[in-house]
Write a protein that binds this ligand. Structure first.
Ligand SMILES: [Zn+2]
Length: 131
């Protein structure tokens, strides 16, 4: 399933970003999903939950936002929402020199995690010993 590889990649990227920050657990991840990215949000949410098991993201909530596909015509400068399936022919000049402005990407926009209360320090905190 396409969504599974996307979910694994999201989990991987979030872990790499969260670990150096001293994260204990990731609570919420927000991703923007382009309309033309070929990712079904419900399927992604399902795969995300599975991909999170045993990682820093275990139990994290996935918030998805849909980004509409936008196209622009180079010769006349017109821009429009492509819809799905995408309409790539300019209604102004009927030209086919169309470029996609947005809607193809999947992007992590926000990650919420609970950080350690102490300042980042690689050495372990010494334990108090009672005499
Ligand atoms: Zn045009």
């Amino acid at each position: 399933m396409h969504e599974m590889s996307v979910a694994l990649s999201v989990v991987d990227q979030v872990e790499q970003a969260a670990r150096p920050g001293g994260a204990r657990g990731v609570r919420r991840v927000t991703v923007e999903i382009g309309e033309l990215a070929g990712v079904v949000p419900d399927a992604l949410a399902f795969c995300f939950e599975l991909a999170c098991a045993g990682t820093l993201l275990e139990g994290a909530e996935l918030v998805t936002r849909s980004v509409p596909g936008r196209a622009a015509c180079a010769p006349c400068g017109r821009a429009w929402d492509t819809g799905m399936p995408p309409d790539m022919i300019c209604a102004g000049c009927r030209g086919g020199a169309t470029g996609l402005l947005s809607g193809r990407d999947l992007r992590i926009t926000e990650v919420h995690w609970s950080a350690l209360p102490t300042a980042p320090d690689p050495t372990p905190v010494p334990r108090h010993q009672e005499n």
